[in-house]
Design a protein around this ligand. Structure first.
Ligand code: HAM
Length: 442
């Protein structure tokens, strides 16, 4: 019988055995972020709807059709965050960070919400690791961001990633390009997909990264007719934008990041200026973006703050974990531990001993106080490396029996100093076999 309640469409539960990889990835990422000098910032899961509408852009898909918007009991117009950047910048302004230091490096991680059509790698609640470098207009900031972005994937075992990069220039360049694109594409309006016809009037740039076959074919045809039929924005850059773009590419070469210029990379959020970037993975099919970001020099001012440049990115953690799983990357092993087995007479003593050992070691213990045979069997399945048995006689003598489940070797060791003795044995490499994961034994 199907359970009465199911997780809402587009959401899912992550069970302990699935979370091992996530927790490992988050810990690795935290290490990289700390070494790059980024500080963690935690902002609310929901904010004023208007904050997201202003920042993501009224015409963006996120605002038009993907927002979890609701009224609270006080009739406030709120929305679950569809991304981190808006909330982080709201906090930057509200908490006066700009007055404390010129440059801030901030990261966040957690769930974000978008009401999209669920499919492989696309969920309505998903997790991002998000980074922002606020306060510097320098191309070096873009280069640091892209380097950090790649280093995070590399610490998870991704190799040979190619970053797609593009430039959108200043808002002024972007506006000129937008008009130009409209002028060139309007005569072909009828041949565009329905979404792109709407975008032609709201944000024609988004037509460039449409995934619809008919849009892709039309753009290809127009560019092959005459190269200048539909120019790329990079061909219309002003001097400053070009200098910024060239400095970013030179920096990426210096640092040794492989990149590919993709002129159609305009991104789904409207706040980008100058550099945009993404990484993709074939394993994800249509939802192939593993992460992306870019520069947003007008965004803080858009929120009512002083003109403040910034650059950032977000990594889709669900997608990264999916790819690692599909590639069969082994889930990181938990530290092998101890199974503590007791007899009826020593069960009480074992309770206290388990508590003591758990200050330093991973210890499994049978809360049901089953017979010794059942406990020994459970120990074999548990993945514990050592089985410690509190036999009545040994315990009275101040000793315990210890069996190395990997090698089968048995010994009797003193109760005094037991934690240290077990730690020393666990630190030695197992002589044969032995699983390292701890799982419930039934
Ligand atoms: P974004 O490209 O909208 O950028 O999202 C970043 C990543 O989140 C995507 O590349 C993808 O991996 C993941 N993602 C997006 N939607 C879904 C979904 N429905 N299910 C699963 N994963 C998804 C941003 O969010 C910007 N705030 C990044 C940024 C920060 N730009 C500047 N600073």
């Amino acid at each position: 019988m199907a359970p009465r309640f199911q997780a809402p469409r587009g959401t899912r539960d992550l069970l302990p055995e699935e979370l091992g990889r996530w927790q490992w990835a988050e810990a690795q990422a935290r290490g990289v972020l700390e070494r790059y000098g980024y500080g963690e910032i935690r902002t609310p899961l929901f904010e004023d709807f208007e904050l997201f509408a202003r920042t993501s852009g009224e015409s963006s898909d996120v605002v038009q059709k993907e927002m979890y918007r609701f009224k609270d009991l006080g009739e406030r117009d709120l929305a679950l965050r569809p991304e981190f950047t808006a909330g982080v910048l709201r906090a930057y302004l509200e908490r006066g960070l700009g007055g404390r230091a010129r440059i801030h490096r901030l990261w966040s991680a957690g769930p974000v919400f978008r009401y999209g059509r669920p499919q492989k790698g696309r969920y309505r609640q998903f997790s991002q690791i998000n980074c922002e470098l606020v306060g510097s207009p320098a191309p070096g900031a873009d280069v640091e961001m892209i380097t950090l972005f790649v280093d995070l994937y590399e610490v998870w075992g991704f190799r040979d990633l190619t970053v797609k990069v593009n430039t959108l220039g200043t808002p002024e360049v972007r506006r000129r390009y937008r008009d130009e694109l409209f002028r060139r594409l309007d005569p072909y309006r009828d041949r565009l997909s329905e979404d792109s016809r709407r975008r032609l009037d709201t944000n024609p740039l988004r037509i460039l990264d449409s995934k619809e076959g008919i849009d892709i074919a039309l753009m290809k045809e127009l560019r092959s007719l005459r190269a200048d039929q539909v120019p790329w924005l990079a061909e219309m850059l002003d001097e400053d934008s070009r200098a910024h773009w060239e400095a970013v590419l030179a920096g990426l070469e210096d640092v040794g990041i492989a990149y590919e210029v993709d002129h159609s990379l305009v991104r789904g959020l409207d706040y980008y200026t100058h550099t945009t970037f993404e990484v993709h993975d074939r394993a994800l099919g249509a939802q192939s973006a593993l992460g992306g970001g870019g520069r947003y020099d007008g965004l803080v001012a858009e929120l009512g703050g002083p003109p403040t440049p910034g650059v950032g990115f977000a990594i889709g953690l669900d997608r990264a974990m999916l790819v690692l799983e599909e590639r069969g990357a082994a889930a990181p092993a938990l530290p092998a531990g101890v199974y503590l087995a007791a007899m009826e007479a020593t069960h009480g003593a074992a309770l206290a001993l388990a508590r003591e050992l758990r200050r330093t070691l991973a210890v499994e213990f049978d809360v049901e106080a089953r017979g010794l045979g059942a406990q020994v069997k459970a120990a074999g399945k548990s993945g514990a490396r050592l089985l410690v048995i509190l036999g009545e006689e040994e315990w009275t003598r101040g000793e315990v029996a210890v069996k190395d489940l990997a090698s089968g070797a048995q010994e009797t060791i003193p109760r005094a100093g037991l934690a240290e003795a077990l730690c020393a044995r666990l630190a030695q490499a197992p002589t044969s076999g032995g699983g390292a994961r701890r799982t419930e034994s039934r």
